[in-house]
Design a protein around this ligand. Structure first.
Ligand code: ZN
Length: 308
């Protein structure tokens, strides 16, 4: 083994589980990815994550000193247990992820929600490096949110702070959570695809990436879908930054690939809804791409290492 100090950062998502080994500056020295065995239960997901860390240790000859995890679901930050999860994960709610990974790897493990890890990653090594008060939004299958205040992620008493995707008033469409009009009904990848289908009266499933391509080629319906998404996103951002006096916003997730389509209407709407503080807001697309969650988890792992 080398003497170089590294930590492991793990991203347990709905479809993929990925891991990185990285140094204190966030330089990735090894990375690997496998499908998430979400239907096989918490133990299978934990084992898949532990196997990735072992594999990277063998490949690089570098042994991590601590492990950080960004996991889908609501996480009890104190215990590292998953307290709530979507139905697509079998036996995930209630699973003691930190305890099981610590037992499997013989290392200290810290677990946080994946959107919190995303914001942590962008603030540590990415688009918001140096920021202390920020809002992170992920536009993926759903819409996730995270808040940082004074340099620390604010999780709320039940670990559910930042759920901007399920704030109401943006449409009259039923959300994935069963309630009506949430931001997620316009701004998630799944919604962009569904709203385009409705506008074009087609039963053909057009992915959000394909809708983006059509918008770039001048398709009016596709442009309208992104305009609705960008406007709703801007209004949600304007509410959040006024409420908490936040300075910086970072936007990630798969739909970030359509930033060129979101940005014009997003910025125009924000111009019309500026913070009453008079401070100008910084809104940036994520810069860490698909590694943002794993790198945020690694940043958590470094904090854990420093509390030895
Ligand atoms: Zn909802």
């Amino acid at each position: 083994m080398h003497s170089q100090f590294v930590v492991a950062g793990i991203d347990i998502g709905g479809t993929k589980t990925s891991a990185v080994l990285c140094d204190r500056a966030g330089v990735v020295l090894g990375s690997a990815v496998v499908p998430t065995p979400a239907r096989e239960g918490g133990m299978a997901m934990s084992n898949a994550a532990a196997d990735l860390v072992r594999q990277l240790t063998v490949e690089t000859g570098l042994a991590p000193v601590t492990v950080g995890v960004g996991a889908a679901g609501v996480i009890d930050q104190e215990t590292g247990t998953v307290t709530a999860a979507s139905e697509s994960f079998t036996d995930w709610a209630g699973f003691p992820l930190a305890d099981e990974l610590e037992a499997a790897l013989g290392l200290r493990v810290r677990v946080e929600n994946d959107v919190n890890a995303f914001l942590h990653g962008e603030m540590s090594y990415g688009a918001l490096a140096g920021s202390r008060d920020a809002l992170g939004i992920t536009l993926g299958t759903g819409v996730g949110g995270a808040i940082a205040i004074g340099g620390a992620i604010f999780t709320g008493p039940r670990g559910a702070a930042g759920e901007i995707g399920h704030t109401p008033g943006y449409s009259d469409i039923v959300c994935t959570c069963g309630q009506v009009g949430h931001l997620e009904t316009l701004a998630s990848g799944r919604s962009i695809s569904a709203r385009y289908g409705e506008r074009t009266c087609t039963s053909e499933l057009v992915s959000s990436e394909q809708v983006a391509d059509r918008a770039r080629n001048g398709d009016e319906a596709a442009l309208a879908v992104f305009s609705d998404a960008g406007r709703a996103l801007a209004l949600a951002i304007a509410s959040a930054v006024n409420l908490i006096d936040l300075q910086d916003v970072v936007i990630g997730g798969g739909v970030r690939g359509a930033w060129d389509l979101l940005e014009p209407v997003l910025m125009a709407t924000l111009d019309d809804n500026q913070p009453v503080s008079g401070y100008s807001l910084t809104v940036r697309p994520s810069s860490l791409g698909s590694r943002a969650v794993a790198l945020g988890a690694a940043a958590q792992a470094w904090q854990l290492a420093d509390t030895a």
